[in-house]
Design a protein around this ligand. Structure first.
Ligand SMILES: [Zn+2]
Length: 100
């Protein structure tokens, strides 16, 4: 499905951001004062964290919209679950209106 492929990309992006932030945070923690850009690195770490929050929100949006999109309905004649766009029930062969 299209949504799940987008979701996988979001998860993959989040994983890379997580690794990047962990390495950056580790470098900040081991800084003995000889690293002049520590403050700038903390700023970058914070931006990485924000990007991960954005990704989480995108993922939640994908999950929420996946629930809203109707993937199927029940045949009015026999009650079998069929596609929303189906014009014919595959079980009892009742003709159906696809716009239902
Ligand atoms: Zn049916």
């Amino acid at each position: 499905m299209k949504e799940s492929s987008i979701e996988k990309k979001v998860l993959a992006a989040n994983e890379r951001l997580r690794v990047a932030q962990e390495r950056l945070d580790a470098a900040i923690l081991t800084n003995d004062g000889s690293w002049p850009h520590a403050e700038a690195m903390k700023e970058i770490s914070e931006r990485l964290r924000e990007a991960r929050v954005c990704n989480d929100q995108v993922q939640q949006h994908i999950e929420a919209s996946a629930e809203v999109v109707p993937s199927g309905r029940d045949c009015p004649a026999c009650g079998t679950s069929i596609r929303a766009q189906a014009t014919l029930c595959g079980y009892c062969w009742t003709r159906l209106s696809p716009s239902l």
